[in-house]
Design a protein around this ligand. Structure first.
Ligand code: AMP
Ligand code: MG
Length: 337
């Protein structure tokens, strides 16, 4: 049979295309973790050469460390500790002011369920110590004096305190803010695909790398079941979104059969009782973080009402009796089994 020229050219083109495809660098993905901000921070980044990803991830961790120094109550020289030590208030760093501004907004919108001034209460419960204890009533009442959404005010970078002994605690929002900043740094380094997780405060950037099996390459996130260790409650698929969970299983102790955890109802000073866990999907991790804590405190009914003020955010609530409630748009992210 005589060779057909168009067929040969066609075959050559296919061969060249295959060779080119084989020569493309593999879609790299690196995974690193560090103990920071009182939790394990994990960063996964992909889509570039490993050496570039390493530089980007190092810079993202450095950014989180920098913010931890500003925002942590454990560091006596931090911006937040200095603010707490100050009598009437002081000027804070731009980043601290940004966190406080968002925190105050959610404090207002949640009617005070979210509160940046629970520092004395948190110390009293001692969740950061080896043996936390249930405080007595008088001590609890004393720790709540002067707190509330109007207790702090912000003008530019100037924070004013209503009472001199107010202790500021950004524990309900700072990790989220730090994850947002880490994502910004990764993007600045040209990373287009990444996942950052700081103990349940996550952001999923871009598409999952080529290796992911799902054709649309969403990130698939298994949400922790609040009562079954290592079991998935539900799986969601997202990209370019924050997924943040607040749960009563994260930090708790039991006394006489009662679970005491670290998310407080500012009205009573006791752990909030309406929920086991709350997951928020939002545009920013800082907002998701504050909302998850606020909805947890409010419970399902008032919590879902609060969420109507944030139409771009969706939520999943597991109530104290194990019932699931979701905001109307939640199904958009649900992976049906
Ligand atoms: P999260 O895990 O984001 O719900 O945050 C829990 C942390 O937020 C606690 O360890 C406290 O530092 C702080 N926190 C507890 N209760 C509240 C509250 N009602 N409003 C704001 N922050 C809170
Ligand atoms: Mg939070």
């Amino acid at each position: 049979m005589p060779w057909n020229r168009p067929l040969i050219i066609g075959l050559l083109v296919v061969l060249l295309a295959l060779t080119w495809w084989r020569l493309q660098p593999e879609d790299e993905e690196i995974h690193r973790s560090q103990l920071m901000m009182g939790t394990i921070v994990e960063i996964m980044a992909g889509g570039q050469e490993t050496s570039k990803l390493e530089v980007a991830v190092d810079a993202a961790f450095a950014e989180i460390a920098r913010l931890d120094k500003l925002l942590s109550r454990h560091n006596p020289d931090s911006d937040v500790s200095r603010l707490s030590q100050s009598g009437k208030g002081r000027e804070v760093a731009v980043e601290t002011a940004e966190v406080i501004a968002l925190g105050l907004e959610v404090a207002q919108s949640s009617g005070g369920a979210f509160d940046l001034t629970l520092g004395r209460l948190k110390s009293l419960w001692g969740f950061d110590k080896e043996t936390p204890t249930v405080p007595d009533r008088e001590a609890l009442s004393a720790a709540l004096v002067g707190i509330g959404p109007g207790a702090l005010s912000l003008e530019g970078q100037q924070v004013s305190k209503r009472a001199t002994n107010l202790q500021v605690d950004l524990g309900g929002i700072a990790k989220g803010y730090a994850v947002d900043r880490a994502i910004t740094v990764l993007k600045q380094h040209g990373v287009t695909s990444a996942a950052v997780n700081a103990g349940g405060d996550m952001y999923l950037l871009g598409q999952r790398s080529q290796r992911a099996k799902h054709p649309e390459r969403f990130w698939r996130i298994g949400l922790q079941h609040p009562r079954q260790k290592d079991a998935v409650l539900e799986t969601v698929q997202v990209r370019d979104r924050a997924v943040v969970t607040s749960g009563d299983y994260e930090r708790f102790f039991e006394q006489e059969g009662i679970r005491y955890h670290h998310i407080f109802d500012p009205q009573s000073g006791l752990p909030a009782r309406g929920c086991r866990s709350v997951t928020i999907i939002a545009d920013s991790v800082a907002l998701g973080d504050a909302l998850a804590t606020a909805v947890f405190v409010l419970g399902p009914e008032a919590g879902l009402k609060l969420m109507t003020q944030y139409p771009k955010a969706e939520g999943l609530i597991v109530t104290a009796d194990g019932t699931l409630h979701t905001s109307p748009g939640w199904t958009r992210y649900q992976v049906t089994p």
